[in-house]
Structure formats: C-alpha cells, structure tokens
Design a protein around this ligand. Sequence first.
Ligand SMILES: *Cc1c(COP(=O)(O)O)cnc(C)c1O
Length: 402
Amino acid sequence: MSNTATLSSQDIIARAKQYVIGNYTRYPVALVRGEGSWIWDAEGNRYLDFFPGWGCGVLGHCPPKVVKAVQEQVATLIHVPNTWYTEPQALLGEALSTRTGWGGQCFFCNSGTEANEAAIKLARLNGKPKGKYKIVTFTNSFHGRTYGSLTATAQPKYHAGVEPMLPGFLYAPWGDLDATAKLVDDETAAILLEPIQGEGGVNLAPPGFLEGLRELCDRKGMLLMLDEVQTGMGRTGAWFAHQHWKIVPDVVTLAKAIGGGVALGGVIAKPEVAEKLKPGTHAATFGGNPIACAAALATIATFEEENLLDRAMQVGERFRAHLTAVKAESPLIQEIRVKGAMIGAQLSIDGGPIVEACLKRGLLINCTHKTVLRLLPAVNIDAQQIDDGCAILREVLLATAG
Ligand SMILES: *Cc1c(COP(=O)(O)O)cnc(C)c1O
C-alpha cells in the first residue's frame, strides 16, 4: 500500500485554499493514510494520533473489522431510502437498544447536530399537549451547528453574527442544580446536556448533578435528554457515559464514534417518548444507510471481542498517571480530568502553541476552550504509544514558559 499521495502536501493545500471554503482553521498538513493510532502525511511522515478523527476514531484509523464490513456492504447494497427495511439498520437498532439497559427505540441520521435536532423535535412533540416547548441547556455546552442545536449551544461565540436564534431556549449555569430549577417553569419541555462537556473543556457532571436533574425532570414532567455525541459508544469505558452515573435518561443522542469513523448519527428514546415521531414528523434521506450501520455493527463487535470497554478505562488511567507526573513538574497544568479515553488537562495558558509544538514533534493532540488540552485517543492504543506520546507532551510542556 502506498504511503504517499499523488500530489504533494503543498499542491493539495494550494488547491484546497482555492476551491474549498475557508471555514476551518487547518494545520498545513495533508493526511493520506491511517492505521490504528498512526497516521501519515502526503510526504510519508508519520504522526502519533491522540485525537483520531476528532473523537470519531474510537478504534483508531481504519479498524480492520470496520474496513471489512464496509467493503462487503458497499459491494452488496450502498443505499436504499427509509421506505424499505434493511438488515443492518434493524440489527443496529437492536444492538444499541439492548446495550442501554433501559430499552429505547432508535432514529438514525448522519451527524451529531442532526441527532440533536431530532431530540429537540421529540421534546416539542412530547411537550405540545401540555403546553410545553422550552428547553434548558447549560453554559459551555456544545450541541452542533444547525439552528436548533446551535441555539441549544450556550456559548455566545457560536451565535455571533448569525442571530436571531430559535425561540424557547434557556441557559443554566453548568453544574448548578438550584439555578436550573429556578429557570424551569410549566412551559419547560426538556433539559438537554452532555454528561461530560466535550468542546467546553472535558467537564464532568459534578456529583449529584445528573441525579438531581433526573429528579427535577420527573417532578416537573420534563424529558431528560443527554447529548452523548462525544461521550457515547464506549469512549468513556461504558457504552454510554450516563451508565457511570446509573441514571436513566429519556433521550440520548449519538454520533462521532458510533460508526467507527464512518458518518452516522442516532437517537435512542424511551418508546413512550419515541412514539411521537410519527411518519411525516421527521426524516433523514441518508439516515441509517446500510454502509454506516454495517460499520457501527462492526465497531460494537470489535469492542466486545477485544474487551475494549475495560481497555478504555485502563487507557484513561495510564494517561492520568503520566499527566499527574507532569503536573508535579510543570505549573502549567492546573487540573486533570479523565473518564475512560476522554482526557482533559486544564492549563494556565493558551494551549494553541502547545498543540503546534507537539505537531512539530509528530504528535497530534487538541486544545479546546482555549486552555484545555483534550485527548480522545483510540481505546485500542497500546501502552508504548501512550508512553511515547506523553513523553513528547511532557518535553513540550517543560520547554514552555508559563
Ligand atoms: C461534535 C458534537 C456535536 C456535533 O456533531 P456534528 O457531527 O459535528 O454535527 C454535538 N454535540 C456534541 C457533544 C459534540 O461533541
């Protein structure tokens, strides 16, 4: 297999700059091929990837069973509309529902923002007979870029310039149960949150918060909707992060990791909530297509055959040990936040230059919320790769002045 592209990085970047809209901040690297936690650029330079696919690559790049499932499916049936039944979609619905432990029925789409749009519709459809339509979300949340999900995203920087937003959304301070209860009234249909905020800086729900919101939703007749687009599908060492807190939500949204790197989104809702999504209320043409569903089934099979939920916890603890040691040496790290293979290091400085210095040394990491280094490694990354990458990160941090 060739390690290089036909074009040089320079040629690829020049064409992209001319013909692709510049709405992303991109590093001047053109990536060509990936295998597990390794990835190569057009010149054949190899990088260690602690952030494969922005959280989508939960099994690393090109996981063999996903590759095989997609190859077989693409040669059998690429796409049929949802006016027909397909085996991959039916099996994936069953696989997800049974892994929640609380049943639930699925709707499939292609991305995280679309999954949250479906959840927002579910909230309104369920609330309508009781005169409820408002949705409460939280500061520093991120739910996507289409208007419903974007309005749910309570960070002003994402709204700037594209207002007005959708009516009916209220923002509560993250982690503050009393303030949330005060925002709720008889018109509130649902509370929507990430059990661990991802883009907001790897912020775990504080003790008692999710349990308290569950109780509040029960008392006020509201839906508890969890955005598990980043935390779902084994990322945190459980199929769904909410399983760590032992609460049962009414609606869960998924995307990123669910297809093992193939575009797929989904919603799981309790049957009595899901039934409001009747024919005509919602749809996605590509949603639940055979290729994406076959990829997701292969992802789940890989997790189970290789015991990767447990492995995600071990990966998290190995990173925690390394980062804790660096924290003792460097005042730049203020706090380390870990749940399985979802890892954040709160810095006292802007993390952008740290990410760039790591890139120069062949390590790919991410910085979110300006000051939080975020790692979403593959759950099957090996111990040596963790050790080698963390050694690079340590060197960079120790070489950086506070
Ligand atoms: C990435 C993300 C989304 C948006 O997903 P897209 O597939 O980019 O639309 C929504 N919610 C959370 C928590 C995310 O991390």
